[in-house]
Design a binder for this molecule. Structure first.
Ligand SMILES: [Zn+2]
Ligand SMILES: [Zn+2]
Length: 305
C-alpha cells in the first residue's frame, strides 16, 4: 500500500470511529442500563411477589453493587470497542452484514442460528474458564457475586469481557467467509435477547412460572434458579438452554427441586391472576412491537447505528 493510500485509509477509519462513536456507546451502554434498570424497577414495584420468590437467603451488599456496576461499565467499554471494530469491518467489506431490511423468515433463522451457536460457545468457554489454569485470571471476578443481582450481568474481568465480546465478530467473520450476508435485524434482536436473558439469569428471584419444568419443551429453556445455582454451587454452566448441562452431566442434581421451591404460584385470586396474565401478554406484545419498530427504524436508517 502506498503511503498516501495508507494515510487515506487511516483518515477513513478515524472518520468512521468519530461518526459512530456516540451511537455505538449509546447502544452498548444503553442495553445494560435499560435491562438491569428495568429489572431492578420491576423487582421493587412487585416487591411482595419478588420477596416470595427470592432464591437465596443472603442479600447482595453495597460493595457487591459497586463492584458489579463498575466492572460492568468496563465490559461495556470492551463491547463498545468490539462493536466499533465490527462496524469498521463492515465498512471495509471484510464482514458481510446486511443492514437493510431482510425477509422475516431470514431474520428468524439467522436469529435462531446465532442464539444456538452462542449458547454452545458460552457453555464451552465457561467450562474452560472454570479450569484451575484459567479460573483466577478470567472468571473469578464474575463469581465474586455469590448472590447475583440484575447488575451482575456484565460483571466480568477484562479477559472474560474480551472472550465474551469476541463471539459476534468471530461469528460474522465465519458467516461472511461462508457467503452468508447476516441480517442486521437478527443481530439487533440477538443482542437485546442476550442482555435480557442475562439480566433474568442474575435477577436473584425466580421469574419463570410455577410448573415450567413439567412441560418437556420448556424445560430446555433455562430459568433464573438454573444460573443462580451456578453461582452458589458450581453446577449449571449453560446460558439460554439446559441441554449442554444435561448432555455433559453438569446439571445440578436437585435443579428441579430447587426451581419448584422458588417458583411459587402467584398468590392472587383466579380473576386477578387472569387479568395479570392478560396485562402481561399485552405488555409483551407492546415490548415486541417496540423492539420491532426500533429494529425497522435502524434497518431503514442504518446511520442510527
Ligand atoms: Zn462460572
Ligand atoms: Zn453469572
Amino acid at each position: 500500500m502506498q503511503p498516501s493510500e495508507a494515510q487515506s485509509t487511516l483518515d477513513y477509519t478515524i472518520d468512521l470511529v468519530t461518526s459512530h462513536f456516540v451511537n455505538v456507546l449509546y447502544f452498548d451502554l444503553g442495553r445494560y442500563l435499560i435491562a438491569a434498570g428495568a429489572m431492578t424497577a420491576a423487582l421493587l414495584i412487585f416487591r411482595g411477589y419478588a420477596k416470595a420468590r427470592q432464591i437465596q437467603k443472603r442479600k447482595a451488599n453495597r460493595g457487591d453493587y459497586i463492584r458489579e456496576i463498575s466492572s460492568s461499565l468496563r465490559t461495556v467499554f470492551v463491547f463498545f470497542v468490539t462493536t466499533l471494530a465490527t462496524i469498521i469491518g463492515v465498512e471495509f467489506g471484510v464482514i458481510n452484514l446486511k443492514i437493510d431490511s431482510a425477509p422475516l423468515l431470514t431474520v428468524a433463522w439467522h436469529f435462531a442460528l446465532i442464539v444456538l451457536l452462542h449458547d454452545a460457545y458460552f457453555y464451552w468457554i465457561h467450562r474452560a474458564m472454570h479450569t484451575k489454569r484459567l479460573f483466577k485470571a478470567t472468571h473469578l471476578h464474575h463469581h465474586k457475586s455469590r448472590t447475583p443481582t440484575p447488575w451482575t450481568a456484565y460483571s466480568f474481568s477484562t479477559w472474560e469481557a474480551a472472550v465474551e465480546a469476541a463471539f459476534v465478530p468471530l461469528f460474522l467473520l465465519i458467516t461472511s467467509m461462508m457467503g452468508i450476508a447476516f441480517a442486521g435485524f437478527a443481530m439487533f434482536l440477538f443482542l437485546w435477547n442476550m442482555i435480557i436473558r442475562n439480566v433474568m439469569a442474575h435477577a436473584g428471584h425466580e421469574l419463570f412460572p410455577a410448573g415450567w419444568l413439567d412441560i418437556p419443551v420448556l424445560r430446555w429453556i433455562s430459568t433464573t434458579t438454573h444460573h443462580d445455582l451456578h453461582h452458589s454451587s458450581g453446577y449449571n454452566f449453560g446460558f439460554y438452554f439446559t441441554w449442554w448441562d444435561k448432555w455433559m452431566g453438569t446439571e445440578h442434581p436437585r435443579y428441579a427441586e430447587a426451581f419448584n421451591a422458588n417458583a411459587k404460584p402467584l398468590p392472587f385470586p383466579k380473576v386477578t391472576r387472569q387479568l395479570a396474565e392478560r396485562v402481561s401478554v399485552i405488555c409483551a406484545a407492546l415490548l415486541a412491537a417496540g423492539v420491532t419498530l426500533n429494529g425497522w427504524l435502524i434497518a431503514a436508517e442504518p446511520g442510527l447505528i
